[in-house]
Design a protein. Structure first.
Length: 186
């Protein structure tokens, strides 16, 4: 978005519930926690006001958000065993029998996603999918991220397979437009 030729916002920070309904959506000038702290506090207060449970799980792509999110939602600390307790365990390695399938054309990506989408129950049942995405960044000489590029890679783990989708921009637009949130009928 541009206003008078200038880009007033660097990001959109959104929070969805387990049904992928948007609970908060903020255009922000920076990624500073102060940019969306009030929105999260309002969600916390609204859940209390209407007798709903506080969140027990939040996904973020930035581990530095952990303390901030736990401060906004103390319920995130309940029943959690700190990772440090298990720091002595060996690193998880993908077993050799789990195929890592790289897809980089629209047709190959579409075929791979159908193996997931075809399993979604019609009756609002659930499937479990591991999901991650990566993008290129530009870093200043001081080590500060100055620009984030578009999503370049999406990784999906499902039913003993790992898909690595090398996503050209036009494919990403199609995935977003068709709601790659694994909900049928959207």
């Amino acid at each position: 978005m541009r206003v008078g030729g200038e880009q007033p916002f660097t990001a959109i920070l959104s929070l969805t519930n387990e049904k992928n309904e948007i609970c908060a959506c903020n255009f922000v000038a920076t990624k500073s926690h102060s940019q969306y702290e009030l929105a999260l506090q309002n969600i916390h207060d609204s859940l209390d006001l209407y007798g709903h449970p506080q969140p027990s799980l939040i996904y973020t792509d930035n581990i530095s958000d952990k303390k901030f999110l736990e401060d906004c939602f103390p319920s995130l600390r309940e029943g959690v065993t700190p990772v440090e307790k298990y720091g002595h365990l060996e690193e998880l390695v993908v077993p050799s029998e789990v195929p890592i399938l790289i897809k980089n054309t629209s047709e190959a990506i579409n075929d791979a996603m159908h193996t997931v989408l075809d399993d979604i129950p019609e009756d609002e049942g659930l499937i479990v999918v591991g999901f991650d995405s990566e993008w290129n960044v530009e870093v200043s000489p001081q080590g500060k991220v100055t620009h984030r590029g578009r999503t370049a890679i999406i990784q999906i783990a499902y039913k003993g397979r790992i898909y690595i989708l090398q996503v050209p921009h036009q494919v990403l637009s199609i995935l977003i437009a068709t709601s790659l949130f694994f909900q049928k009928g959207c």
